[in-house]
Design a protein around this ligand. Structure first.
Ligand SMILES: *[C@@H]1O[C@H](CO)[C@@H](O)[C@H](O)[C@H]1NC(C)=O
Ligand SMILES: *[C@@H]1O[C@H](CO)[C@@H](O)[C@H](O)[C@H]1NC(C)=O
Length: 413
């Protein structure tokens, strides 16, 4: 997510409202246009590739296909199907109705708060506010029959072109071999200074068309991303507890739905699906103390190494684990970086997230300019790749799903 409220505020007010007005106008046009072109949209029926080689292809040239590849990757301990329900008093509908998030006065006089970088004041003052009222809900999302895979995408109102691209590609709701895939976008409200009213109308209109938006009444800022995490976990526990698996990601990634389903399939076969949590795992990280960084965390806020966590660009987890995560998350203090927050919850559960090399949430290579980052054969063999614009995603999806794409020459990276 590229949001930085601290820079945004500096823009001149007039320019801002002009910009947002034209944005809305363009958006409405775009939605209408996309609706019209829906019928002749790119077909996404996958030819069943006989197999694919995952990240075994990567470090060097190897024998191409190893279904076994997936199996080597995990060490999930237990096989306790249908284990105990995590929370007994699950409400049957969303029960956070009142927006009551007043500042926590008690921290204001504390020494560490006075020393704390002012950028974090807002976060700390509202840290106790966890669940928010819903502005757009879809209680019916999982109502008609079992959902195999729920695609959950973090987005913000303005990025509707990315949502459109996701809906046409990896987030397309459909059924593969009897397995239902559904999609949801998680949103907050516009940040202050935006044309709130019009943006809100726009998102409501978009939701009437697609019925795939969940929106909560908190401001969509970078430090509030963790609110998306906890509010979604609670929502899921109420409305979709019987989904089998959840993919959670950003709206600027490429996902190979086919490969993702194959990974899940192998995990099920191996009975390693119960506590599945796999992605681009980062171990032994420490908080970033460089004040220029988006991920800067002052000592006053956190002064330990991070637990292993998974890059939030895209990861997969079992529904069973998601429910357990919800239960422990309620006792974990909110943290400004959502990926790390989930890592803290996992640690509480004693679950180590699995590092899986098909999840490339930092791109294919770390050299941003490298042409390998645009090599379709890599996309065909991975599960998640960060990061693409809406146009790039549509284009790459088309190429990767073209029957004429032949991937035999593997180069090393
Ligand atoms: C809101 O929360 C504060 C502190 O948590 C409490 O004192 C106040 O009564 C609450 N207001 C409402 C309307 O619930
Ligand atoms: C998060 O959202 C709440 C509700 O809109 C807001 O009061 C709070 O200031 C936000 N926090 C940050 C750090 O932006």
């Amino acid at each position: 997510m590229d949001m930085d409220p601290f820079f945004r505020r500096k823009r001149a007010g007039l320019v801002k409202s002009l910009l947002s007005l034209s944005l809305i106008f363009a958006s409405v046009l775009m939605i209408l246009k996309l609706r019209l072109s829906e019928k002749d949209a790119v077909g996404t029926k996958h030819g069943q590739e006989p197999s694919w080689c995952g990240s075994d292809c990567f470090p060097s040239i190897k024998a191409p296909v190893q279904s076994n590849f997936w199996r080597l990757n995990a060490e999930t301990p237990s096989n306790t199907v249908n284990s105990q329900r995590v929370s007994n008093g699950t409400p049957t509908s969303w029960d956070a109705q009142i927006l009551n998030c007043s500042e926590d006065e008690s921290v204001k006089n504390q020494d560490w708060f006075r020393r704390l970088d002012p950028r974090f004041h807002q976060f700390v003052l509202h840290r106790h506010c966890r669940y928010f009222p819903m502005l757009i809900n879809h209680p019916e999302k999982c109502a008609d029959g079992e959902v195999h895979l729920l695609m959950v995408v973090k987005s913000v109102i303005e990025q509707h072109d990315r949502r459109e691209a996701v809906r046409k590609t990896w987030g397309k709701e459909h059924t593969v071999d009897g397995k239902k895939i559904k999609t949801l976008f998680l949103l907050g409200t516009p940040t202050t200074g935006k044309d709130t009213k019009n943006l809100q109308k726009l998102i409501e209109y978009e939701d009437q068309i697609y019925e795939d938006i969940l929106q909560w009444d908190f401001m969509d800022t970078f430090f509030n991303l963790t609110l998306k995490e906890v509010n979604f976990l609670k929502w899921f526990n109420i409305y979709c507890p019987r989904v089998k698996f959840i993919f959670k990601g950003d709206d600027d990634v490429f996902v190979s739905t086919h490969n993702l389903l194959e990974l899940i399939g192998f995990k099920e076969q191996e009975r390693k699906d119960v506590d599945l949590f796999a992605g681009d795992t980062i171990s032994k990280a420490i908080p970033i103390r460089n004040r220029q960084s988006k991920y800067y965390i002052p000592k006053e806020l956190y002064d330990r190494p991070y637990p292993p966590y998974v890059g939030g660009g895209g990861f997969v987890m079992s529904s069973h684990l998601a429910r357990r995560l919800f239960a422990v998350s309620e006792d974990v203090e909110l943290y400004p970086i959502d990926d790390v927050f989930l890592g803290m919850c996992l640690k509480k559960l004693n679950v180590a997230p699995e590092l899986h090399s098909a999840f490339r949430t930092f791109g294919i290579t770390r050299h941003k300019a490298s042409s390998l980052n645009r090599e379709p054969c890599f996309y065909k063999s991975l599960i998640v790749v960060h990061k693409l614009s809406a146009q790039e995603l549509l284009r790459m999806w088309r190429i990767v799903h073209n029957k004429d794409l032949v991937c035999t020459q593997w180069t090393s990276i």
